[in-house]
Ligand binder design. Structure first.
Ligand code: 5GP
Ligand code: MN
Length: 356
């Protein structure tokens, strides 16, 4: 039986690192927000529960403050987000570009949530860059493009952007405006980004926040089911298929890779959101510290990386796969073939292991 390699020491200094910030403190915007002005909120492409939950939580809050607000997603989103209060009002930039550009061109404030640079908004990138409104960043990813934002909060020690929106609301002094809808959206975001409260990012303040959110009457079991038990049969069969046929384990590197060819995506009718969580399965193998998922999407090859402890997914994705993210979770992309990507991955692993 192949055996995992010995574990490396844990690099404590890797966490809570902050970066030079040029943008102004977020607390300075509350006075300006006393005047009602059109606001657009956006998030990263293919929003996950944290991106959608934080955007909708902020959406309800700013509406309660009296602002006209629109949420615009750069792309479509998974069905398991559609239960969120306000989700049916979100505009899909790719689906209705005319409508989206109308709101973007007239807004006075643009809130960018759960992403660190405009490139994460796909076709919206150029449009966002060209806007002259006040831009606000609220995000917890590493190495944000702070020079592009007038105001903001970037904190990699935060569990989720949802937690940061909760902090934002407290900082505004208007906690009284939190209601059940806001609580449900923020709960879904923090639940998902903490892996249902099991990742290291689940600090005592996360639990205090969740206790507060529960006091608004949300049904946390229902929210969990709405996100995780809401798929069709084909998705489960697809998961079984790829775990049997597309998984390769590299014990010498304590790493595993799932590479999914396009024909499997087509055969199992896989759509947005169906591959969410797939990358985590190999981490359940004893000794596996990093898991990678490579999917052959039509227009590009998409990478996801997840790690436990010492593997720096952010640097790895940044260096080799045109991506980034967090220390233990990142993503990337490539226009090369699936085979070429697998080859590069093996070379990168070797190089990473010899240099770390
Ligand atoms: P996922 O694997 O779920 O797509 O992404 C994992 C994490 O990495 C998420 O927090 C996501 O925002 C971030 N991420 C994914 N792709 C990219 C990318 O291309 N660039 C950067 N900077 N972050 C990414
Ligand atoms: Mn997030």
């Amino acid at each position: 039986m192949p055996q995992p390699k010995k574990k490396r020491d844990y690099p404590f200094s890797g966490f809570n690192r902050t970066f030079a910030v040029q943008m102004k403190e977020i607390s300075s915007i509350f006075t300006a927000l006393q005047t009602s002005e059109p606001i657009v909120i956006t998030m990263h492409q293919k929003p996950d529960p944290d991106a959608m939950g934080s955007a909708l939580g902020l959406f309800h809050f700013l509406k309660h403050l009296g602002h006209p607000v629109k949420v615009i997603s750069p792309t479509n989103w998974a069905d398991f987000l559609k239960w969120m209060p306000g989700c049916d009002e979100v505009i899909d930039f790719e689906g209705d570009r005319g409508q989206a550009e109308k709101y973007l061109s007239t807004c006075k404030w643009l809130f960018c949530l759960d992403f660190n640079h405009f490139g994460r908004t796909r076709n919206m990138e150029k449009v966002l860059e060209g806007l002259s409104c006040q831009k606000v960043l609220i995000d917890h990813h590493r190495e944000p493009q702070t020079e592009c934002f007038n105001f903001g909060q970037s904190d990699i020690s935060k569990s989720s952007t949802a937690e940061m929106i909760y902090d934002f609301i407290l900082l505004s002094g208007r906690k009284d405006l939190i209601d059940k809808d806001i609580a449900a959206c923020l709960y879904a975001g923090v639940m998902s980004d903490t892996g249902s409260f099991r990742f290291a990012s689940t600090t005592p303040s996360v639990h205090f926040m969740v206790a507060e959110l529960q006091s608004y009457g949300i049904d946390h079991s229902k929210i969990h089911s709405a996100v995780y038990d809401n798929f069709l049969e084909n998705r489960l069969r697809f998961t079984g298929h790829v775990l049997s046929n597309c998984l390769e384990v590299f014990y010498e590197y304590n790493t595993a890779l799932i590479a999914v060819p396009k024909q499997d995506i087509l055969k199992f009718h896989i759509k947005t959101g169906d591959t969410e969580g797939l990358v985590n399965y190999p981490l359940s193998i004893k000794g596996i510290e990093m898991s990678a998922l490579l999917i052959d999407r039509d227009e590009e090859r998409r990478w996801s990386f997840r790690s436990k402890e010492t593997f720096d997914c952010n640097s790895f994705a940044r260096k080799y796969f045109n991506g980034g993210g967090h220390y233990n979770a990142s993503g990337g992309r490539s226009f090369d073939s699936l085979e070429k990507n697998i080859e590069l991955f093996k070379q990168a692993l070797q190089e990473y292991t010899t240099t770390h």
